[in-house]
Design a protein around this ligand. Structure first.
Ligand code: ADP
Length: 636
């Protein structure tokens, strides 16, 4: 039986045709019959309900994947919106989502600023790739102090850029020099403006590079070698009062610059990807090389920036992943395709500007089409999703269910046997094998993993140590096949079950001996020694005995404290009888006196307010009460 036939059998079994697998196995021994009609392979199913990009639908069609709705049984869930833990919790172990919970820690402007500022306190030089930023209104004081210092040092006002915390496509962004130009009460991220960007043909541009994260614990990240450069549509001049408001000069957003009728040049020919307001990243590298820049060095710096950006929130991602997917088997239930924006300054130093968790897959030009088509195709290829994922999971589930039914089943053994490492290795092996056929390049883990992991550990989040520890432990074994613990034979299992039965019978015999010996306690029985409950198991017997002993000691304590007599006397006072203080513990006396007084008040014997609703008003009373409580406790 070849691999395809086995897969087919798994599928059949998954459809409820349990016999199929057995029949196929038996047919192996028999001479081959004329080839049966091949059954249709089940397609991969993908849910695109919350995805608006046609390119994804086209690629799914190309791959013969079936687009299904959210309430169907999908293999992949691809959405333009981020995912919440409650949604992920409903996922089955073979389903995959295109977002990680917690990625907003870097994909929102305020999140990115906070996360990178926090880790930069510990590693200032390593995180110098992010322009100095403040989240207003929280960081207003810090911003004002830094601003004043800079003005004092330079004698000129530096330029800042203000961005709404959750904005996109350049909306609401403006440049300013004076603190009076902003409303500090509005939530915004204020950032130092990179005033000397690298220019091509006199225009400012930024780079859009894609980063694929396939696992967060341990981290696995891939950078896409193809990308694009988006150009401003007005020739660049350093910000001055007369141009500071010119967004076509200072912002490079494609959607914004498209509106500039005079400056926007659309790229209509894939062969000429070095023209227009959107160009390929290769065209930019070529220009930089021609200018004598070390492009390999720039690329290495960009990879380093991407790793450090995700490293800054890795503990949060790992923690959220574990808590939203407690039954995950592979560590690959989520993936994320991030659009990273990089700006090169005049010295070719890359700066991180933004992280997009749902980069645009709009197709506007042949260049767009070529890039985004291959990007999505390669991403789906690298994920290695197959319809057999579900079948494999179902078979494993069924096996586990059968094991649970066997005598001598041990949950701990079963958990140990659960093939989590196997599933992870399978996906990672797939990624490694597929990588050369795609335009992706693995950037993490790499030969400097130890260094980045140190950064994670020293950041000191909850869960950091755990995730890094796990990553470290896994790293050297990642490629090795996982050995399953040997399965027990039927005889061994039967022997174990017999031994267990014998042990249980011995315990039951011993318990019945004990029960016969011990007479039932006098008085109304507080504990019922029912045969069913006492002979249940050793643990139940222990619990019942403990309860019995506790009850006994409680009764002794109550007797010794004299509280019963005390209550009887109170009752007598209430009924108008005289109080007898002889023989009472001294600590009770003030309380008894007080009660007597209240009873007399109630019956009109002494002047005072009615008893009902009356609060204790004597200053000494609460302390008397406390004293009484204390002495009672001491006595007990
Ligand atoms: P949005 O999500 O709205 O696109 P960005 O943070 O990407 O917001 O900023 C929009 C544009 O503004 C960027 O493409 C870039 O050209 C420019 N920009 C943003 N931050 C800076 C900065 N610190 N220095 C220089 N230019 C910047």
């Amino acid at each position: 039986m070849n691999a395809e036939e086995v897969e087919q059998a798994m599928l059949d079994e998954n459809r409820g045709n349990v016999m199929a697998f057995t029949v196929e196995v038996e047919s192996e021994k028999q001479p081959k019959k004329p080839e049966a009609k091949k059954k249709k392979r089940r397609p991969v199913t993908i849910c695109l309900d919350a995805c608006r990009y046609q390119v994804l639908r086209n690629i799914c069609k190309e791959r013969r994947w079936r687009v299904v709705s959210e309430d169907s049984d999908f293999c992949i869930w691809w959405s333009d919106l981020s995912i919440i833990p409650e949604r992920l919790l409903q996922f089955k172990p073979y389903q995959r989502a295109n977002h990680f919970v917690g990625m907003t820690e870097i994909s929102r402007k305020d999140g990115l600023s906070k996360s990178l500022n926090r880790i930069a306190k510990k590693w200032p030089e390593e995180y110098a790739f992010y322009p100095q930023s403040w989240t207003l209104p929280i960081d207003l004081n810090d911003f004002m102090n830094t601003h004043k210092t800079l003005v004092h040092k330079r004698g000129a006002k530096p330029v800042y850029i203000s961005k709404p915390t959750a904005g996109c496509q350049g909306n609401g962004i403006f440049l300013f020099k004076s603190e009076n130009d902003i409303d500090p009460s509005q939530p915004q991220v204020v950032q130092r403006y990179i005033a000397d960007p690298h220019l091509i043909d006199g225009y400012k541009y930024d780079l859009r590079i894609y980063l694929l994260v396939t696992s967060v614990e341990p981290l696995r990240m891939f950078i896409y070698k193809k990308g694009m450069a988006r150009f401003a549509t007005a020739p660049y001049v350093e910000p001055k009062d007369d141009n500071i408001k010119n967004t076509f000069m200072h912002l490079t957003n494609y959607s914004l610059n498209k509106r500039n009728k005079e400056g926007f040049v659309s790229n209509e020919d894939i062969e000429h990807d070095d023209e227009g307001s959107k160009r390929s990243i290769d065209a930019v590298w070529k220009i930089l090389r021609d200018q004598g820049a070390d492009v390999d060095q720039i690329w290495a710096q960009i990879k380093d920036i991407f790793i450090k950006t995700v490293v800054a929130i890795q503990p949060t991602l790992a923690h959220m992943y574990r808590s939203s997917l407690p039954n995950d088997r592979s560590g690959h239930a989520c993936f994320e395709l991030l659009g990273m924006d990089i700006l090169l300054d005049s010295t070719h130093t890359p700066w991180l500007i933004e992280v997009n968790h749902s980069p645009s897959f709009n197709i506007d030009s042949p260049l767009d089409s070529d890039l985004k088509h291959s990007l999505i195709r390669d991403t789906l290829e690298l994920l290695g999703v197959t319809p057999e994922d579900k079948a494999r999971y179902m078979i494993e589930e069924r096996r586990r269910f059968q094991q649970r039914m066997m005598p001598g089943y041990s949950h701990r053994d079963a958990m140990r046997r659960m093939n989590t490492e196997g599933e992870r290795s399978r996906i990672e092996a797939w990624e490694d094998a597929t990588l050369p056929q795609t335009n992706y390049e693995m950037i993490f883990p790499n030969d400097r993993s130890e260094f980045y992991e140190r950064m994670m550990v020293e950041k000191g989040f909850i869960g950091f140590g755990v995730s890094v520890g796990v990553a470290r432990r896994r790293a050297p074994q990642r490629r090795e096949p996982v050995e399953e613990p040997p399965q027990k034979t039927a005889e061994e299992l039967a022997k174990e079950a017999k031994e267990r039965e014998e042990r249980e019978a011995a315990i039951a015999a011993r318990c019945s001996q004990l029960a016969k010996k011990k007479p039932k306690p006098a008085g109304p029985p507080r504990l019922k020694f029912e045969a069913g409950s006492i002979f249940r198991s050793g643990m139940a017997i222990g619990a019942d005995r403990n309860k019995f002993a506790l009850d006994q000691s409680r009764q002794r304590l109550v007797q010794r404290s004299g509280i019963r007599e005390f209550v009887t006397r109170l009752q007598a006072i209430k009924e108008g009888q005289e109080i007898h203080t002889e023989g009472q513990p001294a600590a009770f006396l003030p309380y008894l006196e007080e009660n007597k007084r209240m009873c007399q008040q109630r019956s009109g014997l002494v002047p005072g307010r009615a008893f009902h609703g009356q609060r204790r008003n004597s200053a000494s009373e609460p302390s008397d009460r406390r004293k009484l409580d204390r002495s009672l406790r001491a006595e007990v």
